[in-house]
Design a protein around this ligand. Sequence first.
Ligand SMILES: [Zn+2]
Ligand SMILES: [Zn+2]
Length: 280
Amino acid sequence: MNVTMLGSGCWEGTPAPFCSCRICSIASKDHNSIEYRSRPELFVSTEEGKFLIEISPDIRTQSTRYNLPPVTDFIVSHWHFDHMFGLYELHAWIELVIKSKVNIYCSVAAKEMLDRQFGFIPTNIIVIKAYKPFELHGVKITPIPVYHMSSIDKDKTPYNLNNTFGYILEDSNNKIAYLADYYEVPEQSLELIEDAEIVIADGTYLFEERYPDKPYQNATHEEKDPDHLHGDSIIKFTNSLNNARIIYHSITHLPEQEHAELQALLPEGHEIGFDGMKVT
Ligand SMILES: [Zn+2]
Ligand SMILES: [Zn+2]
């Protein structure tokens, strides 16, 4: 399977709204710059077909920039804006161009949000279950639950977690783990990613100690976003995985440092993702 990271940015993307920082200025001037980061999206293609993981709010520009063939199968990790709300962008295409439903594979919690917010868009929603593999276009996909929405998830067992899934993607050549957003990955899920050669991991707050003079910098631990890991605890977690390659997604402009500068701060085997990155 061929996996391409189409979106490497965090929830606001780079350039971010109303931001004129050093990084957003570079990205605004040149949308082909490596500093330009759209919201999360992975494109998977095999000899049998193709699908997207996430429905990024940037799906419109990603599909045209990368000249994607029409894709009607989507796998969603969770119902947060930056991972699913690009479905609004596809409405006219679904309704007026292909005139048939698109397939969305997701958790029961994501289905509830789709029913509530997107009921007018023709979709065929397939609810998938934790640790129950399914096959799509020759790829075996195993949903692995992660803890991400602390207020809802914290008292749940891994088998009852139904908000956020990471995914293991396997075929005869590759085994890749995509971890979407999380603050904790349960042991049962960790066991399944042990022999993956690549782990795509959350880098939202990877460099938060470098944010220059941003209000967030002086936040106490309690004030910080409890739905993600922060700073060194991210590296501690990914180092504990012992996988050959770690690729970070959801990179933010906030440290105001260029891709190469951020990359130089990471241990060997760890990579900052970028838009258009060929993962396999
Ligand atoms: Zn900025
Ligand atoms: Zn999220």
